[in-house]
Design a protein around this ligand. Structure first.
Ligand SMILES: *Cc1c(COP(=O)(O)O)cnc(C)c1O
Length: 364
């Protein structure tokens, strides 16, 4: 039986995406060829790329607003350097909000290109909240933030208003909730958290942001070259892009982001209310900043870990241990994780409570 997959990434995808992907590997569009062996310049794949790029903008409400969607390589980590390369001016500066490991990695790369101002950080509190009350220098070339902190389980519920361009790493919550996406000038996301399999990176750029740095940019790192080549400057990741398209089509059929947002809210409410109710558990993130995608929690008493681990494994749950830098548990509830899977986890947490409340077992 299919596991209840709480993996933080690569993540669970809709079952119909697995089925259609499997079919396309055997025979893509009745071409008697596998998607793994067709040319990326074939008519059928160009149609996939065009539909995927258009559907991204449609789902985010960014059509006809001067944005381009690209499917690139190198993961979100490559964007940590492509962003400053393409947007930070020579002798310019950039402003970053430090909300976790990934934000920190982005900051490290930006420092190679110029002055990098960290406007605020929650590092001293092991990133258990999103900083507030910071100011963004109005002379920076852009402000960079991370909408959802996959490792620490925090999520930005609102974004600062500023006169400078805003760049956002949305790897782990893109397409999960309604936002005014036009407040961002550049959004990027590794596919493998909430959109598709590993191997491609989605970048959405307002074209007016580009071409202002005064830098010479190597071709493969130049967003303008990728836009001009319609996201086919070199061989794109054909199969991951196809599987991403299938996921986007699934999302559209479901009713788009507003529909999935309701389901994601229901999943998060169900799990967090159990974390708060059940005295054996404790959430690690500040309540107001809790992520609807990655819920991080601990057992008050570590000695209950072996029995809890046994119970959730027996219930068919997979991928629950927390990131090695935080420990405890992390339930990643990406778009394709059904509400029923969250109910299974909540039932296991209640079962642990029942087991632990039997005095004879505690005495043993
Ligand atoms: C996973 C993750 C990354 C790194 O993604 P790669 O595609 O592995 O480079 C960056 N940012 C966030 C928020 C992530 O969750």
């Amino acid at each position: 039986m299919k596991k209840h997959n709480y993996s933080a990434g690569p993540c669970i995808l809709p079952q119909e995406v697995f089925e259609k992907s499997a079919q396309a590997i055997l025979n893509f569009n009745n071409s008697d060829l596998s998607i793994l062996e067709i040319s990326h310049r074939s008519k059928d794949f160009i149609a996939v790329m065009e539909e995927a790029r258009a559907l991204v903008l449609e789902l985010l409400g960014l059509e006809n607003k001067g944005y381009q969607a690209l499917f690139l390589h190198g993961g979100a980590s490559m964007e940590f350097l492509m962003v400053p390369y393409n947007v930070m001016k020579v002798d310019g500066k950039a402003a970053y909000l430090d909300t976790g490991t990934w934000a920190n990695n982005a900051i490290k790369e930006a420092k190679h290109f110029g002055e990098t101002v960290v406007v605020a950080s929650s590092k001293e509190d092991n990133y258990n909240h999103i900083p507030t009350n910071y100011s963004i220098p109005s002379d920076a070339d852009y402000f960079h933030c991370t909408s959802n902190n996959t490792i620490f389980g925090t999520q930005m519920k609102s974004f600062p208003t500023t006169n400078i361009p805003v760049v956002c790493d949305m790897s782990s919550d893109i397409f999960s909730r309604i936002l005014d996406f036009s407040q961002f000038d550049l959004i990027y996301a590794g596919a493998q958290k909430n959109m598709g399999p590993a191997g491609t990176t989605l970048v959405i750029i307002k074209e007016s942001l580009l071409g202002k740095t005064g830098r010479t940019i190597p071709s493969m790192l130049d967003y303008e070259k990728h836009i001009k080549a319609e996201s086919m400057y070199n061989t794109p990741a054909v199969f991951p892009i196809y599987a991403s398209l299938l996921t986007l089509q699934w999302l559209k059929k479901l009713g788009g982001i507003s529909a999935i947002e309701k389901i994601n809210q229901a999943k998060a409410n169900l799990l967090y209310s159990e974390i708060d109710r059940n005295s054996l558990f404790k959430g690690t993130a500040a309540v107001e900043d809790r992520s609807n995608m990655n819920a991080t929690f601990l057992l008050h008493d570590e000695s209950n870990a072996p029995i809890f681990d046994k119970l959730w494994k027996e219930a068919g749950i997979s991928g629950l241990p927390g990131h090695r830098s935080v420990g405890g548990y992390r339930a990643s509830m990406y778009n394709a994780l059904p509400l029923e899977s969250v109910q299974v986890l909540v039932d296991v947490m209640k079962e642990l409570e029942a087991v632990c409340s039997v005095p004879s077992q505690l005495a043993e």
